[in-house]
Design a protein around this ligand. Structure first.
Ligand code: ADP
Length: 150
């Protein structure tokens, strides 16, 4: 069973995340969307809301599980018997950041990170931009799955 963890804050889930997850479904038997909980971080959406947005977006998809975790992603992967971490790459900055994390994770474990390049037309979407649009009362609806509503 090829199981991957797709970790992130998902504050909130965007169409960029959605695209990577959907394409990952063709590669893995199961994807655990893992919402990282960091007590020091301030979020716009509560953990319950972030989880509900994702669960509703993938309702009926039996290959997807939504979980929360704290601590190291590789420890969570080991607990869940997942051999892969799925990540998306938008731009060179993502690449440099992700490369360091993937190398570190590989040094500390046998877990492989699998990268999917963002689909054309989605590379500009990020949760932080969506939050900015929401904060300023803009129309965020074309950037997120339609299960994300304030
Ligand atoms: P975090 O909040 O921990 O930085 P994110 O929620 O931003 O994590 O992202 C989780 C994963 O989704 C990362 O691998 C990131 O590169 C990927 N991702 C986010 N937005 C996009 C996008 N528009 N296209 C492709 N991948 C994306």
């Amino acid at each position: 069973m090829k199981r991957a963890v797709f970790p992130g804050s998902f504050d909130p889930i965007t169409l960029g995340h959605y695209d990577i997850i959907e394409r990952g479904l063709g590669l893995f038997d199961e994807i655990i969307i893992a919402i990282g909980v960091n007590a020091d971080k301030k979020y716009m959406f509560s953990l319950d809301d972030r989880k509900a947005f994702i669960e509703k977006a993938f309702e009926g998809e039996r290959k997807i599980k939504v979980m929360t975790y704290s601590g190291l992603t590789i420890d969570f992967c080991q607990e869940q018997d997942a051999s892969f971490i799925l990540r998306g790459l938008r731009n060179p900055a993502d690449f440099e950041f992700e490369k360091a994390i993937a190398h570190t994770n590989r040094k500390l474990s046998l877990i492989e990170t699998v990268f999917l390049l963002t689909s054309s037309g989605k590379s500009y979407i990020s949760s932080s931009i969506v939050r900015d649009v929401i904060r300023n009362n803009g129309d965020y609806t074309s950037l997120v799955p339609d299960t994300v509503r304030i």
